[in-house]
Design a protein around this ligand. Structure first.
Ligand code: ADP
Length: 225
């Protein structure tokens, strides 16, 4: 289960010339277990910074974040990463087989588990079509996998991790509309038992949301859907 409470969270960055940029300003949001929340807003509005605060990539400048009632600062990193996973704009595949690339998320996963996760992400057939299936070295593929296909493998990795909270940072911004549809449908179909926060500048992603928030200049407000 994953419930997140974000209260009055801010993040300031100091620029090279010493000026302070308020990237996230006093944002509050509660995401209940099993909810899908979409945060939209223009580029530079602070969406990605907010997600990074949820993974403690940055230190907050102010405010509180709680997971299932526990202060984020009291959770050790290993436990945090066991519970929260991120799918970002593009999925990086290491120079290893597709199976090894997936097992980053769950080292002891069986091939059947890998295939099940790929199926959930609508990526099963594309991996089966590779020369050696799961055992195809990603490095040999060059440009053979499209960005959209890579993102589907990234989503499979997130499903395989079993993390109850999935953060998606512009997961469809670099993919064509067909792959975007495939990815969003896969998320919707397998949302049960997961809490999802999806950040995007694309309005099309709002279709999967229980609630939509708009971020502008670091501030966030709920949007009617
Ligand atoms: P979005 O995800 O909505 O495109 P970001 O969260 O990436 O927006 O950025 C919000 C603001 O914070 C932008 O003005 C960006 O330039 C600034 N910013 C992001 N990361 C850093 C950083 N590491 N150092 C300084 N400024 C940053």
């Amino acid at each position: 289960m994953a419930k997140i409470e974000i209260k009055n969270v801010s993040k300031d960055f100091e620029n090279n010339n010493g000026t302070i940029l308020h990237a996230v300003k006093n944002v509050s949001l509660t995401v209940n277990d099993g909810e899908v929340v979409v945060i939209i807003g223009p580029s530079g509005s602070g969406k990605s910074t907010l997600l990074k605060l949820l993974l403690r990539f940055w230190e907050r400048s102010g405010g509180q974040i709680r997971y299932n009632g526990t202060e984020i600062d009291e959770i050790n990193t290993e436990s945090l990463y066991r519970n929260v996973t991120m799918v970002s704009q593009s999925t990086y595949l290491f120079d290893a087989t597709i199976a090894e690339n997936l097992r980053i998320a769950k080292p002891d996963a069986t091939d059947d588990e890998l295939m099940a996760a790929l199926r959930m992400a609508s990526a099963e057939e594309l991996v089966q079509a590779l020369p050696q299936g799961l055992n195809t070295p990603a490095g040999l593929l060059g440009g053979r996998l499209s960005m959209g296909e890579r993102q589907r493998i990234g989503l499979a990795r997130a499903f395989l991790s079993g993390c109850p909270l999935i953060l998606l940072d512009e997961p469809t911004s670099n993919v064509d509309s067909i792959n975007e549809g495939v990815i969003l449908r896969a998320l919707l179909k397998h949302r049960q038992g997961r809490t999802i926060i999806l950040v995007s500048h694309r309005a099309s992603t709002m279709a999967v949301a229980d609630r939509v928030y708009k971020m502008e200049n670091g501030q966030m407000e709920e949007q009617a859907i």
